[in-house]
Design a protein. Structure first.
Length: 278
């Protein structure tokens, strides 16, 4: 079916691959299962070992053609239900969001999703939402809904923004800040990752990572855009087994950042001298 607003597809769907690997369910969902007859879209895939570069190749393929008003992405290891693109498109229209992302489960036994809340300016601050917690949130939610839900104390959400994943998402390409450039003509937004390593007083080397999807979320938030996550689309994250986003499993809440901060405070605490022996 032709999209009612245009004779040409307005959606560019990109599927990034690590090399040439793609799950059969993800391939089907991208090529024939994205829409249940409601939308038409152009599909492209690109593979490589540097995923930010792969993302940028697909992203700029969409930006360079004014025909496209929306960009969608489906990773090669995410299998959504049929019609997932219809749902994301409808949620974007309903909420007026700049980005709508499916809240997917991470491929481990912790029961956490790749959706989080974090500081807009501290690139290494986060607290992930678990599969248990997201079932207590509205089906589609922003940081305001997380704050109002009461799943965390207010200090966990005050002044924070929602951090979403690029596994299965859609973006409004008409948002002007996607094409904003610096004084040298480079786009202010592109997919990139940051790392830092700190030496603690005890000699421990601590590695931290700021992923490209959460950097994108911060960019949208900091420039006045709207970021929402949804579980209106059921997905499985395919690894050594499948990890669903629609049932609760694993720990109740994610305490990884709390443990890290406790360890860091202890490592940098002033060392007290032992009292003199009597």
């Amino acid at each position: 079916m032709v999209h009612p607003e245009s004779r040409l597809p307005e959606i560019f769907l990109g599927q990034p691959l690590y090399g040439r690997e793609v799950d059969c369910g993800a391939a089907t969902a991208a090529t024939v299962g994205g829409s249940a007859g409601k939308l038409t879209y152009s599909y492209a895939r690109y593979g490589g070992s540097s995923l930010p570069h792969v993302f940028n190749m697909l992203w700029t393929g969409a930006l360079s053609n004014p025909q496209f008003k929306y960009f969608a992405m489906l990773h090669g290891d995410i299998e959504p239900e049929t019609g997932w693109l219809d749902v994301l498109y409808d949620e974007m229209k309903r909420t007026g969001a700049t980005v709508v992302s499916v809240s997917n489960a991470i491929k481990d036994d912790k029961g956490v999703t790749s959706t989080a809340v974090g500081s807009p300016t501290d690139l290494y601050d986060y607290r992930r939402i678990t599969t248990t917690e997201q079932l207590r949130l509205p089906q589609t939610f922003g940081v305001e809904e997380v704050a109002a839900s009461g799943i965390w104390s207010p200090d966990r959400t005050d002044g924070k923004c929602l951090l979403v994943n690029t596994g299965c998402w859609i973006a409004d390409l008409t948002w002007p800040h996607w094409k904003t450039t610096d004084e040298n003509g480079f786009l202010k937004f592109n997919f990139e990752q940051f790392h830092r390593v700190q030496i603690w007083p005890d000699g421990h080397f601590n590695c931290e990572f700021a992923p490209e999807d959460w950097l994108m979320s911060r960019y949208v938030h900091n420039n006045g855009g709207k970021v929402v996550a949804t579980r209106a689309v059921k997905t499985i994250h395919v690894g050594t087994r499948v990890f669903p986003n629609y049932i609760a499993w694993g720990p109740e809440t994610d305490e990884e950042i709390d443990r890290f901060r406790d360890q860091k405070r202890a490592a940098f605490a002033p060392q007290q001298e032992a009292p003199n022996a009597a």
